[in-house]
Structures are given as structure tokens and as C-alpha cells.
Design a protein around this ligand. Structure first.
Ligand SMILES: [Zn+2]
Length: 389
């Protein structure tokens, strides 16, 4: 083990080359770096009984933890894009860590780094496509007394995917899926920003930061949630604004929080706001149209779909020109979205990191069969009337 760490380190250092400086200066720089790497590694080891290259890069002050978070969520694509140090110097530091860990008799353990929640790929560390370097980055060095419980905790933490992150942009953007210029929230994907409607997240409601209990309960009560961040020009970083959760989850969380007077006041506020937002007349006509096209759709549900899709300012299909004109295509879209979110595992799949296309394909049959049943089925009352006649 000792020699293996040493060997990989030397290979890495050799492969990535050294800066073009005189040998004496290089040796001096390397010795200083060696001491700094050792200090950073000691600190990490004392803190959590293992040390990873990311620990060391952070300890050296080359990498900011908030940038590690951003990278874990999918931007930037490579970790080295936010380490503002020459890649050859980074490789040297990783090599020094390997040597140090090998001499200490630490156990190398290659750990998974699952990418941001919308994809199933592994995260990339370096722009250079070198499998050995990627492996070196992933290798954690475990203390000899790293026990089973700690191992299990580490594995559990790694399996947890980063939260879905929704951005409140500072200016309008063009959705890379529908091509429409938007001013609402967006989610960053490849090749560009995606609007909430195209990302199938427009059914979620916003809960501003500030009430930790409500936030925690709402996230726990629902199947799908996302963190909303906005870039602060003053602080030059993304700051959390709140979360998006399912309306039902929020209502349940609020019910749990009702004991607390503040939550009651907030609920009154939100109810008033919602009443003001909703165009009741449009909603009634839309519910009737849903029932006409889908006679099997329960009455309550038709009301709920209409209320949701027609909410003013939601940007949902019910607010579009086609929706307001009660065009069948728009009505069908609204019903389809509701069935997808409410009657299938779609939201769970999104939350588990399955990409939208795959998730849609997986629940496609369930959606179709529910829609078909609703289209066919006559409401119960009409059936019994027929029986009697
Ligand atoms: Zn779009």
C-alpha cells in the first residue's frame, strides 16, 4: 500500500509536468507545498478520520467549499475550473497527498461522486481526460481506525444526491427547450437554461427562507422539492432564497406548524393572495371544460386542476391564450400534467435524479391509461340513472 501510493503520486507528477523554473526553486516550492499538503491532510484526518484531495485543495485555500457545492450541482462541469491554480500544481499536490498518506499507512478507497440531480453521470474533476487523474481525485485515504459505522455513514452521505437547484435569474432568459423568452425561475441544464414549465416544475410553490421548521416539514412532506437561489452581485455568490415544494406538502407542513401564530398569519396572507390571484370565473369555465372532455375525472379534481393551471401569474398553460380560450389542446395539457405529477411516480423519479425524458417515458403508459379511463368513463351518477331507466 505504501509503495502503491508513492508510485501513483510520482507517475501523476511526472505526467502533468512541472513548471518551467530552475530546479532549485522548484525543489524549494515543492518542499513548501509538501508541508502545506501535510498540514491540510492532518486537519482533515483529525476532523473526519479520512482525507480526500478535495479536503486538501480546500485546506490549501485553492478551492472554496461553496464552489465544491456548485460543482456537485452540475456547474461548472469540471472541478478544476474553480481551482485557480495551474493544473500541474494541483496534480503535484494530489501526488504529495498520496505519498503522505502512503507513508502513514492510510487505506486508499475510491469513492463515488454522483453528478447533479438531473443526470446519472459521475462528476468530472479535470478537463484533461485522464482516467488515472480522475481516480486519484476520487481516492479518499482512510484512517486505520475508520470503523464500520463510519464507513456506513460515509456511504450513506455519498449516495445522497445534491438538491435540485432552481435559479432566480437577474434578467430575462431564453428557455433552451421551448425557445420562449422568460422572466421566471429557471433550472440550468445542458445546453442552457430551462423554464419551469418545460422542466415540469411549474406545479411547485415557493416558500421563502426564514422559517426553518416550515421549510423542513414541507420538504419532508413532499416527493419533489428544489432549492431556489439568486446570484448576489455584491457578494459574488449564489444565495438561497427559499424552496419550491408541492402545494399539498406545504399545506400539510403549515397544518403541522399551525400551533405557531406566525404560521397562521402567513397562511391567512397566502390564502388572500391566492384568492386575489385566481380568476374564479375562468376557473369555473375551465373546470366545466375538463369535465366535458374527461367525464371520468372526479369533480373535485377538475376544480383543482382548473384552479391550479389558471392561477394568475403562474405562467401555466391555463394562463396562456389557448388556455384562456379553453382550447382542447391546452386543457388536455393541463390535465396530463396533473396526472403525471399526482397519479404516477414521475416526481419521485425526477427527485431520484432520473432525467426528464426517461422519467416521462417510464410513466407514459400510466398517464395514458388514466387519461383514457377519464375520457371513457361516464360519471357514477349518470351510470346509475341509466340503470334505473
Ligand atoms: Zn421552456
Amino acid at each position: 500500500m505504501r509503495s502503491s501510493g508513492d508510485r501513483v503520486g510520482k507517475t501523476l507528477m511526472a505526467r502533468r509536468g512541472r513548471p518551467l523554473t530552475s530546479p532549485a526553486v522548484v525543489a524549494d516550492n515543492d518542499r513548501r507545498l509538501e508541508r502545506r499538503v501535510a498540514r491540510a491532510a492532518e486537519e482533515a484526518l483529525a476532523e473526519h478520520k479520512f482525507v480526500s484531495p478535495i479536503d486538501v485543495l480546500c485546506g490549501l485555500g485553492w478551492l472554496h467549499p461553496s464552489n465544491v457545492e456548485r460543482w456537485r450541482r452540475g456547474r461548472p462541469a469540471c472541478l478544476e475550473d474553480v481551482v485557480f491554480i495551474d493544473p500541474s500544481r494541483i496534480a503535484t499536490a494530489i501526488g504529495l497527498l498520496q505519498t503522505w498518506a502512503g507513508e502513514r499507512g492510510l487505506e486508499p478507497s475510491e469513492r463515488p461522486y454522483p453528478a447533479g440531480s438531473r443526470t446519472q453521470r459521475e462528476l468530472r474533476f479535470s478537463a484533461a481526460d485522464e482516467a488515472e487523474l480522475e481516480r486519484a481525485y476520487k481516492t479518499h485515504w482512510l484512517s486505520p481506525d475508520f470503523n464500520e459505522a463510519e464507513r456506513a455513514r460515509l456511504t450513506e452521505r455519498e449516495a445522497r444526491r445534491p438538491d435540485l437547484v432552481v435559479i432566480e435569474p437577474l434578467k430575462d432568459f431564453i428557455c433552451s427547450v421551448c425557445g420562449v423568452e422568460r422572466n421566471g425561475l429557471l433550472i440550468m441544464e445542458n445546453p442552457g437554461p430551462v423554464c419551469m414549465a418545460c422542466a415540469d416544475l411549474d406545479h411547485l410553490v415557493f416558500v421563502a427562507s426564514g422559517d426553518a421548521a416550515l421549510t423542513r416539514r414541507a420538504r419532508r412532506a413532499g416527493r419533489l422539492s428544489a432549492i431556489v437561489v439568486r446570484f448576489s452581485r455584491a457578494r459574488k455568490r449564489y444565495e438561497r432564497q427559499g424552496i419550491l415544494v408541492e402545494e399539498e406538502a406545504l399545506e400539510r407542513a403549515e397544518a403541522d406548524c399551525l400551533a405557531d401564530e406566525q404560521a397562521r398569519a402567513r397562511r391567512r396572507e397566502r390564502d388572500a393572495l391566492r384568492r386575489a390571484e385566481q380568476d374564479l370565473e375562468l376557473q369555473e369555465r375551465m373546470a366545466a371544460e375538463i369535465r366535458r372532455l374527461f367525464p371520468g375525472c372526479p369533480h373535485e379534481r377538475a376544480q383543482e386542476i382548473a384552479g391550479h393551471t389558471a392561477a394568475r401569474g403562474s405562467g401555466r398553460v391555463g394562463r396562456s391564450a389557448a388556455g384562456r380560450a379553453l382550447q382542447p389542446d391546452a386543457i388536455e395539457l393541463a390535465v396530463l400534467a396533473s396526472v403525471r405529477h399526482r397519479d404516477t411516480r414521475y416526481d419521485e423519479l425526477l427527485m431520484a435524479g432520473v432525467d426528464r425524458q426517461t422519467a416521462r417515458a417510464q410513466v407514459g403508459d400510466d398517464v395514458t391509461s388514466t387519461l383514457d379511463a377519464w375520457r371513457r368513463a361516464a360519471p357514477a351518477i349518470r351510470a346509475s340513472t341509466l340503470d334505473q331507466s
